[in-house]
Design a protein around this ligand. Structure first.
Ligand SMILES: Cc1ncc(COP(=O)(O)O)c(C=O)c1O
Length: 482
């Protein structure tokens, strides 16, 4: 009998290639999880039983595990999430906003923030973080812009910011929290990429330590946890806990995976026992890698020297972002080269950079190898040897173009729409979230006006090998009917 299992086969074939993983999930195909926790997933794939507890009304081991998580992450209350930070962001927004309310949001947010706005009928007031044109990377959020917006919109329910970004860039959450609280509002932080921060003093201050009322963390990105497992933490008396709990029921499965929850519990325990030592090693190895790369001169690995520029308050030492723009290479090309020639899989690439997620599942040799390979690519290019430069298109944009905001994402969602060729969409209101994926940050949000530059920008990403999600058949776009 033959079994046709294309996905399963693809995964098994992939594992045979033994790629070096600089991507999520943070357990790195099990390397970050001690042997004692490597049990059969079938044995523990259980359901709500007397002995196993219920995520939506915990009073046994889930409650105990969540309390241990709260103590470890410095929260008053922690909640296990089995639909990723995505559902945590949705629950945070739903717990503080009613339909028609205003929320101040950084425009560099993940698409899950936009989906929250649609689901909850919330009107965004966008804050635009500064763009570091030399690196092609978005910087931190200027606290003064938050202050200005709070003065302009005294009726806003709160502020939702992203810190750190995918690139490990942290805003001054402490200052922002002080400003937000001085206006009597609530600060929500999307800390999807910062679940490891509280386990080492050399890492940026966590959002909770900095004064956030609530935050979400994707444990699966930087901790030895399984994909989709995340945490929502509350550290404030400003949050209506019963309402938050009912929001979590709205956005999470009624059959949560006990495998995910068990490995969240394990990830917390591993980090409490040996996280500091593991992170210490990682910080040392990534610093060595930075030194090595920055000595080459032609490529640049982002680091602490950026602190104080573009409202960057801190940098995550474990996040490795290497800028290849000065060599005339796109990040997409380098990512492909690392994959095909050197067996390295990075997390993400953009026009100028590659982004590697380094977690306790990685080791020193892997980081040294990444350094060697980056050096080799740069010297091949520098000496104009055989590297395949076809496909390189010099990016023409100094800064991603921005669509003008018109109507709320929810109004758009319920408007009549039509699908048209993207080149005919100039001046039309976008009806979808058009996302470069990863990082999942919208190029166009529902309700923003499509302009010529945005169309060029999207086609540039596609031409350079990037992935754009939200278009129909890759060349059509859904717009609001006139
Ligand atoms: C900044 C940010 N926020 C939220 C999310 C959503 O997290 P999850 O994948 O855990 O649902 C992501 C995912 O990449 C992200 O990068």
């Amino acid at each position: 009998m033959t079994y046709n299992t294309p996905l399963y086969s693809a995964l098994i074939n992939y594992t045979k290639e033994n790629k070096i993983p600089f991507h999520m999930p943070g357990h790195k195909q099990g390397s970050g999880i001690s042997a004692r926790f490597k049990t059969s997933v079938f044995d523990i794939d259980l359901t709500e039983l007397l002995e196993t507890d219920n995520l939506h009304a915990p009073e046994g081991p889930i409650q105990e595990a969540q309390q241990l998580a709260a103590a470890a992450f410095g929260a008053q209350h922690s909640f296990f999430l089995i639909n990723g930070s995505t559902c945590g962001i949705q629950a945070m927004v739903a717990s503080i906003c009613n339909p028609g309310d205003i929320l101040i949001v950084d425009r560099n947010c993940h698409s899950s923030v936009i989906s929250s706005l649609i689901l909850c009928g919330v009107t965004p007031k966008y804050i635009y973080p500064e763009y570091i044109a030399d690196l092609g990377v978005v910087g931190g959020i200027h606290p003064a812009k938050i202050q200005e917006m709070l003065i302009q919109c005294p009726q806003a329910k709160g502020v939702l910011i992203t810190s750190p970004t995918y690139y490990g860039i942290c805003s001054d959450v402490k200052k922002i929290a002080q400003i937000v609280h001085s206006h009597g509002k609530i600060l929500l932080v999307d800390e999807a990429h910062g679940a490891h921060f509280c386990f080492h003093k050399k890492l940026p201050q966590s959002a909770l330590q900095a004064g956030a009322d609530m935050c979400v963390q994707s444990a699966h990105k930087t901790l030895p946890a399984l994909t989709q497992s995340s945490l929502l933490h509350v550290n404030s008396d400003r949050i209506d806990l019963p309402r938050l709990k009912s929001c979590l029921k709205l956005f999470q499965s009624s059959s949560p995976s006990f495998i995910l929850m068990a490995y969240l519990d394990i990830a917390r325990s591993i980090m409490q026992n040996s996280g500091e030592k593991m992170l210490n090693d990682l910080i040392e190895w990534t610093e060595e890698l930075r030194d090595r790369i920055n000595r080459i001169g032609k490529i640049y690995c982002l680091g602490k020297e950026l602190i104080g520029t573009c409202h960057i308050q801190d940098m995550d030492a474990t996040r490795v972002v290497i800028h290849f723009g000065k060599l005339g290479l796109t990040g997409y090309q380098v990512a492909r080269e690392l994959n095909m020639r050197y067996n390295i899989q990075v997390e993400m690439a953009d026009f100028h950079n590659i982004i590697c997620i380094v977690s306790p599942g990685n080791n020193k040799q892997q980081l040294e190898y990444l350094g060697q390979c980056s050096q080799q690519i740069s010297s091949i290019i520098y000496n104009k040897k055989t590297f395949n430069r076809t496909g390189y298109i010099k990016p023409i944009f100094k800064q991603p173009p921005i669509g003008q905001y018109t109507i709320t994402p929810r109004e758009v969602f319920y408007s009549e729409s039509e699908i048209i060729p993207i080149e005919k969409a100039v001046d039309r209101v976008c009806a979808d979230t058009i996302v470069s994926f990863p990082p999942g940050i919208p190029i166009l949000c529902p309700g923003e006006v499509v302009c010529y530059d945005i169309i060029k920008y999207i086609s540039e990403i596609i031409a350079c090998g990037g992935k754009v999600v939200g278009l129909e058949d890759g060349c059509n776009i859904r717009v609001v009917k006139n």
